[in-house]
Design a protein around this ligand. Structure first.
Ligand SMILES: Cc1ncc(COP(=O)(O)O)c(C=O)c1O
Ligand SMILES: N[C@@H](CCOP(=O)(O)O)C(=O)O
Length: 542
């Protein structure tokens, strides 16, 4: 393949080089992929081949950082990052976590376990990847800028969209870093008060928060429009912190392996080599996609269960094979309410009690579509080069239909069946979320955050299908203190419950007293671009 190929000479390891899902790039280096974030053709980057974790069973006693090194080394050539440097980046990234195990596994009941991913600086699962990505950016920039001064230095302009959690994790990963300006767009008044405080009280000169009058999808569209604009890219050297950046997915693969081994240690009935199910509260499809990579690498996962809230585009895909932004309208729709009475934004996004998952279009789904299209095309028996091009063409058509017609599908039956072989999906309402928070508080004394409760509800349904013998690991994606409103609504009638005493970390109490800085802008990518350009000029002059 020639298009955009960087390498010359003998073909490198195909797991160390990257392509775009829409066919515009092949053979890119890991550094290019990390610094560019999104491909020029609008596609997402993927390794040309998913590596097999051949000796994964021998990793069972490794620490989190050692395991991360084993896994990341399979995707990054030592020509790009020498082993000692990669180890140092990893050690730095996980030394900021409050838990010794980094992502501890907690037994909830029977064969149901919770993977706590919220022990990093910003109290959500995003820290597991964004501490690493922040250090990775720094590593590449120091190397690129050696001996350079002033405007000759590569100054990275990170522009990210958040529904509340990516923003604070990215800011904590990048605050004060040299040669980086960070702009985080969030939907105005649609994130929790703590999430807003976490982001806006970071007053480092290189950090800029922008509230957009719109939804998370609008923020994500603005980010993608800026990446697609060659002038912005050239002038600003844009960088991505959202899970469109493949480094995010890569770092998230690690905890699937880590929790698998933790389960083998915690449960006398589960042995390394046996199968389990992972259940993942899902919005942008990044976290569950990391699970898909772990499975493809060889980790024995029987199924991955996607848990959506009432923003259920993914659940509808798994049920019907159609990927459509708008669900069928119901009787309440004309009053500003949606089919079953929930509040719907005019764009079709519902406001739910798990707001970080109030996402209509899941960007990483495109990556799975590429694999599904690749598998379908490979049944023709043609060579790998043709098959990859065919997959990219199919993805481009689907994504074009999504943009122009608001959806695509039904996809071919073989494609849907292939998706169903690996994944199951569940849709969880707000009412069910509240019931689950209440139930686990009463039965086992554990306070779930609403996103985690969406996952646990889906896990219970999955267990009712598989039977209790199948171990389930349900991912806990945020600390409950980030979502005081939902947790308090669920537990307000419980006699011994006090949010302040049982949930709230001291750190969050302090946040409320701190000074904030925030700009506002209307939903227009050109306006955001102008704001970013002006601010970067100021950052560069500092
Ligand atoms: C707390 C929480 N849970 C779940 C999700 C969904 O994860 P993903 O977007 O990777 O599907 C998000 C955000 O995306 C989140 O912030
Ligand atoms: N829930 C996320 C939305 C952005 O997702 P990302 O994983 O693509 O960064 C958030 O909290 O911001």
């Amino acid at each position: 393949m020639s298009n955009g190929t960087e390498s010359e000479g003998p073909r490198p390891n195909p797991s160390h080089i990257y392509l775009s899902t829409r066919g515009g790039d092949y053979g890119l280096s890991f550094e290019t992929v990390v610094l560019k974030g999104l491909a020029q053709d609008g596609g997402l980057f993927l390794p040309e081949e998913i590596p097999a974790a051949v000796d994964w069973q021998s990793w069972k006693d490794l620490s989190y950082a050692e395991l991360a090194f084993k896994i990341l080394s399979l995707y990054i050539s030592t020509d790009e990052i020498p082993a000692d440097d990669l180890k140092a980046i990893i050690d730095r990234s996980y030394s900021t976590f409050r838990a010794e195990q980094v992502t501890p596994l907690v037994h909830l009941k029977d064969n149901l376990y919770l993977l706590e991913l919220f022990h990093g600086p910003s109290y959500s699962f995003k820290d597991c990847a964004l501490q690493f990505l922040g250090n990775l950016f720094e590593y590449f920039l120091v190397r690129r800028n050696q001996g350079k001064e002033g405007r000759d230095r590569h100054h990275l302009t990170v522009v990210g969209a958040t529904s509340g959690d990516t923003g604070s994790a990215a800011i904590y990963g990048l605050r004060g870093k040299k040669d980086v300006s960070v702009f985080i767009l969030h939907p105005k008044d649609r994130i929790s008060p703590i999430q807003e405080k976490q982001m806006t009280t970071v007053l480092d000169g290189n950090v800029h928060n922008i509230a957009v009058t719109g939804t998370f999808d609008d923020c994500q569209d603005i980010v993608k429009a800026m990446f697609a604009d060659p002038d912005s890219n050239r002038a600003l050297k844009l960088g991505a912190v959202n899970s469109i950046n493949f480094a995010r997915i890569l770092a998230q693969i690690v905890y699937y392996f880590h929790s698998y081994f933790a389960l083998a240690k915690a449960s006398s009935s589960f042995k390394v080599g046996e199968k389990l199910r992972a259940v993942v509260p899902t919005g942008n499809f990044g976290d569950v996609l990391a699970g898909y990579f772990a499975k493809r690498m060889g980790l024995p996962m029987e199924k991955l269960v996607i848990a959506t809230n009432e923003n259920d585009i993914l659940d509808r895909f798994w049920k019907s094979g159609k990927y459509e932004k708008k669900a069928a309208k119901g009787p309440g729709a004309e009053n500003g309410l949606d089919v079953d009475g929930a509040k719907a934004h005019e764009s079709g996004v519902r406001e739910t009690l798990s707001p970080a998952m109030d996402i209509l279009v899941s960007s990483n789904f495109e990556r799975l579509l590429w694999y599904l299209a690749y598998e379908f095309a490979s049944s023709t028996g043609m060579d790998d080069e043709w098959t990859k091009k065919q997959a990219a063409q199919e993805v481009a058509v689907w994504l074009n239909d999504l943009k122009k017609k608001g959806g695509f599908g039904p996809v071919y039956q073989d494609v849907l069946e292939s998706a169903r072989r690996t994944f199951e999906s569940e849709r969880v309402t707000d009412e069910q979320t509240l019931q689950t928070v209440k139930k686990y508080y009463n039965e086992v004394g554990y306070v779930l955050d609403p996103h985690t409760a969406v996952g646990v509800t889906a896990a219970e349904r999955s267990i009712s299908r598989t039977g209790k013998e199948m171990p389930h690991i349900s991912l806990s994606t945020a600390h409950p203190a980030k979502f005081a409103g939902a947790v308090t609504t669920a537990l307000k009638d419980e006699k011994d419950f006090s949010f302040e005493e049982k949930v709230l970390p001291d750190e969050f109490v302090e946040l409320a007293k701190k000074e904030s800085r925030l700009s506002e802008v209307e939903n227009s990518w050109e306006k955001v671009r102008e704001m970013v350009k002006q601010q970067v000029e100021q950052d560069l002059g500092r």
